[in-house]
Design a binder for this molecule. Structure first.
Ligand SMILES: [Zn+2]
Length: 461
């Protein structure tokens, strides 16, 4: 459909933070959405005389920003929240793998719906799921996850994960929870071919995503990188999360995680890694030189006592950085607003103190930075004419925010602001702080039923 014939939605009288290259903001401005694109944006009232306007929204008392972009998550963990609450990463993994190894398609679907609903109602318009547990006979887990995202109406990247280093090879997962090298590669290729859409306005993309250096073989990393580059898709994994991982890499491979990744083809502008907490200056320089992206997950890093990622140093070096909720077994909140706020607050506890990050940098991490690490910065992540219409109207004139001096400060430093409207690809997903694409109460009920079913199966052994 040509833009001139597309249905138009006009939002006006709102504060706007575009998060474009100049951080352009309007104290009172407008956005015109035509079809699935932003047609125009600016200060003051929308242009007169536009045709085919199907909706005109008074944004008084609101801040409009790009939709939030989540860059690291494990949806299945929605049904294993609140367990092993006082463990570090390795002990937490060992405690939870026997439960995770029992998941099936119905559980994964309900967990995906719960994870997606929590994020979408909090302003996430692009979600991702790094799914790496594929027990034998568990059904079409990738299809269930992608279906849940499509039903919710959010833009989505599935990072098709895998594990092939189990207990018998010195890894942490139980033997029956992993795939073979050949099986993992074949299933990943099939998922890319079936679901990945490379077009500008794609709603579903797929990345190649072996789980972590300590749960996959060197060969799976190497061949996974070759597969991704042959298919033209991105690569994702966990990296440099804890001191224990660093020790593991040094003992097993004779080098730290970043050098190990470089030796297996895992640094590059088509790669993004979760965490990157334990990085020295040369690691950060290697990420900057190669354009490797980072998914910063401050709440999960705090819960698992992993440490504080050096985000100000990464940004200063030019490393692309986005935010990640991480799985909700290590971040029960499951909403991205917490990560904007914690990125800002936790980094101020590090070496740079109050100069670490400001509210606008935190908003940029959660929007444009996320789009960069997902390889979609040309399409989403900022509000600019021609980009896709993924945006959020935050209500900032209510009790939580009406006395905070500045709109961006209000949504980052303040409580999670109610979402009056979110658009994904030009279509409403949230209206008046409720999801309109799915029944939130039914999602909550189904997820609880599946969590209880999983707990029963585990209890029965
Ligand atoms: Zn993770």
């Amino acid at each position: 459909m040509a833009a001139s014939a597309a249905a138009r939605t006009i939002i006006e009288n709102c504060a706007i933070a575009t998060v474009d290259a100049n951080d352009t903001e309007y104290a009172s401005g407008y956005v015109v959405v035509a079809g699935n694109r932003i047609e125009s944006i600016g200060a003051g009232r929308a242009p007169e005389g536009l045709e085919n306007v199907v909706r005109r929204i008074d944004g008084t008392g609101h801040l409009v920003t790009p939709g939030l972009v989540n860059t690291h998550h494990h949806f299945y963990q929605w049904i294993t929240r609140g367990l092993a609450t006082d463990h570090n990463l390795f002990n937490w993994l060992v405690a939870l793998y026997p439960t995770w190894a029992r998941i099936d398609e119905a559980m994964v679907k309900a967990a995906a719906q719960g994870s997606l609903a929590m994020m979408a109602r909090g302003g996430v318009t692009t979600a991702m799921d790094h799914h790496y547990v594929f027990p034998q006979g568990s059904g079409d887990l990738s299809g269930a996850i992608i279906g849940a995202a499509s039903d919710m109406g959010v833009r989505f990247t599935l990072a098709r994960g895998s594990m092939d280093r189990s207990e018998k090879d010195g890894g942490l997962p139980p033997d029956f929870a992993v795939e073979t090298l050949e099986g993992a590669l074949a299933a990943t290729e099939e998922t890319v071919k079936k679901h990945h859409d490379a077009s500008f306005d794609a709603m579903t993309q797929v990345a190649v995503a072996p789980c972590s250096p300590f749960s996959v073989s060197t060969e799976l990393l190497k061949q996974g990188a070759e597969l991704a580059r042959r298919l033209g898709v991105r690569l994702h994994t966990h990296g440099s999360e804890t001191v224990e991982e660093e020790q593991f890499c040094k003992e097993l491979f004779g080098m730290g995680p970043t050098d190990y990744f470089e030796s297996t083809g895992w640094l590059g502008s088509d790669v993004w890694m979760a965490h990157c907490v334990h990085m020295n200056d040369s690691d950060i320089a290697a990420f900057a030189r190669t354009g490797t992206g980072v998914a910063h997950c401050p709440s999960s890093n705090a819960r698992l006592a992993a440490g504080i990622a050096r985000v100000p140093d990464m940004l200063a070096a030019g490393v692309p950085v986005g935010l990640g909720v991480d799985g909700t077994a290590s971040n029960e909140s499951g909403e991205l607003h917490t990560e904007l706020r914690n990125a800002l607050l936790i980094n101020r506890l590090g070496a740079h103190r109050e100069a670490a990050l400001n509210a606008r940098q935190a908003l940029r991490l959660g929007t444009y930075g996320g789009a960069q690490v997902l390889g979609r910065a040309d399409q989403i992540g900022s509000l600019e004419a021609g980009k896709l219409a993924d945006l959020v109207m935050w209500k900032i004139d209510g009790i939580g925010h009406s006395t905070i001096a500045d709109p961006v400060t209000a949504i980052v430093f303040g409580a999670a602001a109610p979402v009056t409207l979110s658009l994904v690809n030009g279509k409403p997903v949230v209206e008046d702080n409720r999801l309109i694409t799915v029944d939130e109460d039914a999602v909550a009920r189904d997820a609880r039923a599946e969590a209880q079913r999983l707990a029963r199966i585990v209890a029965q052994g």
